[in-house]
Design a protein around this ligand. Structure first.
Ligand code: FE2
Length: 272
């Protein structure tokens, strides 16, 4: 059976007359930045202007690689993880992690609608993927800025230059774009891309980046899936201890919680 964009059946093989009831529900959908954005709420509230600006995905001066992963964990465990990148030291030693990440102090700025985390790692050794991508011979000055936008987006602005220089021509700059779309309470559709602002015509680097990021995210997902299972056990201890690194995840959870309460009270928020 073939349906048009309004959800009406327009072709029924072997049958000339199409029953009027042969309809499916349709949803507003916009294609932007190479992604399809579907609005599954009240159609009258669909607002394409609320789609975040992920221009790095289809801008001629940027080169993205990306994919999707299905995760057996709640979407917010993945957001917690992205807002505390000190985990790179312990989970991602073969790609983007080394001691400098967890050792560097991070700063969190929590607004009413967004959360930003900054981390500077001056004069540190380049982690393995940085070496592969740029062949750094010595230490680097590295930085990360992570922006959370509700309900489920986190973008990491990652940069590095040879230590003590502003040599961005021989440096690294990329954005890690993460859309953690809840499926059920304990499952998530993870849409991701890493778009770089250097060596954009280097196809070999596309392969290297894609492989490294898939490997890195498989480590993240291994962790969040283990958390999900652990938290579901009847013996799970509900006691929470918060530490400094939790500031950003807690601020992000507060924003989403406020939006959910508003939605339950009838104040619809227009987010894709
Ligand atoms: Fe990670």
């Amino acid at each position: 059976m073939t349906f048009d964009c309004e959800g009406n059946c327009v072709r029924l093989p072997g049958q000339a007359v199409i029953p009027k009831a042969a309809k499916v529900r349709n949803y507003p959908l916009v294609e932007r930045f190479g992604w399809a954005w579907i609005w599954m709420g009240d159609p009258s509230l669909a607002d394409p202007s609320s789609i975040p600006n992920f221009f790095w995905l289809d801008h001629p001066e940027w080169k993205p690689v990306g994919g999707t992963i299905h995760c057996e964990s709640n979407y917010f465990l993945l957001i917690d993880n992205l807002l505390d990148l000190s985990h790179e030291t312990f989970l991602h030693a073969s790609t983007i992690g080394n001691a400098a990440v967890a050792d560097a102090a991070s700063e969190t700025e929590a607004g009413d609608a967004t959360v930003r985390v900054r981390r500077r790692m001056p004069n540190c050794p380049p982690p393995p993927l940085f070496k592969k991508a740029r062949n750094f011979s010595g230490n680097i000055d590295r930085s990360q800025v992570i922006d959370f936008t509700p309900p489920c987006y986190a973008v990491v602005d990652a940069r590095a230059v040879p230590a003590g220089t502003n040599d961005t021509d021989n440096g690294i700059e990329w954005r890690v774009i993460n859309a953690l779309v809840p499926e059920y309470e304990g499952t998530t559709h993870y849409f991701w891309a890493v778009s770089r602002h250097f060596a954009i015509d280097n196809r070999e680097l596309d392969e290297i980046m894609h492989k490294a990021v898939v490997h890195t995210f498989s480590e993240d997902i291994g962790m969040t899936e283990a958390q999900q299972k652990r938290m579901a056990r009847p013996s799970a201890d509900p006691k929470h201890v918060t530490i400094k690194a939790d500031a950003a995840p807690i601020a992000a959870r507060k924003i989403v919680s406020r939006l959910l309460h508003g939605e339950a009270a009838g104040v619809q928020t227009a987010s894709p």
